[in-house]
Design a protein around this ligand. Structure first.
Ligand SMILES: Cc1cc2nc3c(=O)[nH]c(=O)nc-3n(C[C@H](O)[C@H](O)[C@H](O)COP(=O)(O)OP(=O)(O)OC[C@H]3O[C@@H](n4cnc5c(N)ncnc54)[C@H](O)[C@@H]3O)c2cc1C
Length: 288
């Protein structure tokens, strides 16, 4: 697969990601921003507390920010990031290809999808996992499941196919949005609950029971916390831990906006994005 290279990659095209990108592009670095949708910004209908733009709609602010970055030469790529690896450089994986960069900013906003299945919380850490790369090894040779129906779930199932004895994809009533490997068993019924003695042992569905030893949750799009867990980045209650310059514990990896925690406001996301962008510029200059 052809690897495309940028100085920096930003995962998230909301106010945090675009703000970070603006600083980097204006400092003459090549930047690619991945975005899967309009994020929370585009869900805000009328914004009355953002400086200088009373009553602006989130959709308009989103469009203006993207146009501003594009006019400066920033590359906006509509597509979901499904994997992030680090080995001195960062490699971002999408369904269409792989992209590498020396610096990366996580700006994916706040995860929307939570698991509302009875037993999911009870078996968390005792069969229910949120990271195939981190925990897959514990289930080698055992039957596992993946909960999800999109690209992120496919990425997790592809990883687990090389580790587990079998992989069942539980879409929980949703239609699979992507082509899963033919070795995956597809289970599209609604899940009623998870059961087991000490550890998870089975998924009880409306149309039957599936015996599994581990269930990997991969709902919706991969969040900053999902990427962070795989890389060993410190997180605190699903928020990425950063210092005052929005640096994580991995050199060259920054995070900004709702994914680092409260106050979940556009002004904060823009400010944190600016800090992350400036810190990334400093980091990238150290290579010159
Ligand atoms: C209904 C509603 C009303 C609001 N009203 C206000 C208000 O009036 N004032 C205010 O200050 N704040 C308001 N907010 C909060 C505000 O929208 C957020 O704080 C702000 O948008 C956070 O910016 P962000 O860049 O961190 O995340 P977001 O705006 O959520 O952007 C996240 C970006 O990441 C992308 N993304 C996520 N995962 C991936 C992936 N795996 N691959 C590629 N891209 C990915 C998304 O597509 C999106 O582009 C409101 C929020 C909502 C939901």
């Amino acid at each position: 697969m052809n690897l495309k290279t940028f100085d920096a990659i930003i995962i998230g095209g909301g106010p945090a990601g675009i703000s970070a990108a603006l600083y980097m592009v204006r400092a003459n670095f090549s930047v690619a921003v991945f975005y899967s949708d309009g994020g929370d910004l585009s869900r805000a209908k009328k914004i009355d507390n953002y400086y200088g733009l009373p009553g602006v709609s989130g959709k308009d602010l989103f469009k203006t920010g993207h146009a501003q970055l594009a006019a400066l030469g920033g590359r906006l790529i509509s597509g979901e990031a499904i994997g992030l690896e680090y080995d001195g450089v960062f490699v971002v994986k999408t369904a269409d290809g792989e992209y590498s960069a020396k610096a990366t900013v996580l700006a994916t906003g706040k995860p929307k999808q939570t698991v509302k299945i009875p037993g999911a919380e009870e078996f968390s850490g005792r069969g229910v996992s949120f990271c195939a790369t981190c925990d897959g090894f514990f289930y080698r040779g055992l039957p596992v499941g993946v909960l999800g129906a999109g690209e992120f779930a496919k990425e997790e199932s592809d990883y687990l196919l090389n580790v587990a004895s079998s992989v069942t994809v539980f879409t929980n009533g949703a239609q699979a949005a992507t082509n899963f490997d033919s070795r995956c068993v597809m289970s599209t019924g609604k899940i009623l609950r998870l059961e087991g003695e000490k550890n998870l042992q089975r998924v009880v569905l409306e149309d039957g029971i599936a015996k599994i030893s581990g269930l990997f949750v991969a709902l919706g799009t991969a969040s900053a916390a999902d990427f962070a867990k795989k890389l060993g980045v410190l997180i605190n209650s699903e928020n990425i831990s950063v210092d005052n310059y929005m640096k994580t514990n991995i050199p060259g990896l920054f995070a900004a906006g709702d994914c680092v925690g409260e106050p979940y406001q556009i002004s904060a996301a823009v400010g944190e994005g600016a800090k992350a962008g400036l810190a990334a510029v400093k980091f990238l200059r150290s290579f010159k």
